[in-house]
Write a protein that binds this ligand. Structure first.
Ligand SMILES: [Zn+2]
Ligand SMILES: [Zn+2]
Length: 332
């Protein structure tokens, strides 16, 4: 019998389509898709490879002298413009704001043939540290209300360049998706006096059936109401609303668990496409008892269609508990 499940933090429903559910190993990508490690370490003409830096608009590099480990560059086709005046216009049903903000790319490593799953923990830590430092810089701009950090890995996830990178978008608004999460979290806190994310975390740790990896600072688990196969959250065990306030040792632990999880996907499913998103509170909101930052990982193994668009309800043709068990057994 299929089952409808609700994510208590977001209130989103999904259909776990057990009738048509595939076993987790049915999602293993065919090998010829060319694994990341099969590429050359350097690619002529790749704007993110060392030596080709003049091909893009650099904002900063880390470290600033000598060989760089990460670079921040402006997106070549930015969704938002940094220069200009923020103006709002309300004209009947037409409401608009000038497209002011930030759209930057974080080049995660100098090598063309690597990705987070293949990088050392220390290198991944540098990536998250770069996210955080740039986040603090961008939020000094009073026009910015929300920062979204994300990674598109693989064509199916929207990556247009193969060289490992992530992106940062500083928006002049708080997106309704984030506002809704905050409102749900506030309501749960009002009803129970607890953070809904802390509640989910402690229950997942206790149940264990959907856990994939745990360390001193984080737990990674497949969501009970996963909207797609292997859809996971990585939740910090220390309650904090903003990713920008995560401590150095937490970023190290984050690098460790993200690497662990991504290696399970890389080796277990043959380097599938995925999106990784850091969800954090709006930049002008103070730390609160009800909102909790976290990382979402969405492998792109199933497609959405009209039903999802028409209902906001996702059909997940896999069983989250089986997906977690599969990932736990992958040799990394
Ligand atoms: Zn490259
Ligand atoms: Zn919490």
């Amino acid at each position: 019998m299929p089952e409808l499940r609700q994510n208590i933090a977001t209130k989103e429903w999904v259909i776990i389509a057990s009738e048509r559910a595939k076993r987790p190993n049915a999602y293993i990508e065919p090998k010829p898709l060319a694994l990341t490690e099969g590429r050359n370490a350097y690619e002529v003409g790749c704007p993110f490879c060392p030596g080709n830096e003049e091909l893009d608009l650099e904002v900063e590099r880390h470290p600033s002298n000598g060989a760089w480990r990460t670079r921040i560059v402006r997106n070549k086709y930015p969704a938002l413009a940094t220069e200009g005046v923020l103006t709002r216009s309300f004209d009947g049903v037409q409401r608009s704001i000038t497209g002011i903000g930030y759209h930057e790319v974080i080049v995660e490593h100098p090598h063309h043939n690597t990705t987070l799953a293949l990088m050392e923990v220390e290198d991944i830590y540098v990536v998250f540290d770069t996210f955080q430092r740039r986040g603090w810089e961008v939020c000094k701009d009073q026009r910015v209300e929300q920062i979204v950090y994300f990674k598109n890995h693989g064509e199916r996830a929207g990556a247009s360049l193969p060289h490992t990178h992530s992106q940062l978008v500083g928006l002049p608004i708080v997106p309704s998706d984030i506002r809704r999460r905050i409102e749900e979290a506030r309501r749960f806190f009002d009803d129970t006096g607890c953070c809904v994310y802390c509640t989910m975390l402690s229950e997942e740790l206790e149940r264990g059936e959907r856990l994939i990896a745990v360390n001193d600072h984080f737990a990674a688990f497949n969501l009970y109401a996963a909207s797609s196969p292997f859809h996971s959250w990585i939740v910090p065990r220390q309650h904090r609303s903003s990713f920008r306030n995560a401590q150095t040792e937490e970023l190290h632990a984050l690098a460790e668990i993200v690497r662990d999880l991504l290696r399970r996907l890389y080796f277990g499913l043959n380097d599938p496409a995925y999106n990784l998103i850091v969800r954090s509170s709006p930049v002008k909101e103070p730390e609160s008892g009800y909102f909790h930052w976290y990382v979402t990982l969405v492998p792109r193994l199933s497609r959405s269609a009209g039903f999802e668009l028409g209902s906001g309800v996702w059909i997940n043709p896999s069983l989250p508990e089986a997906c977690a068990e599969f990932l736990r057994t992958v040799e990394i």
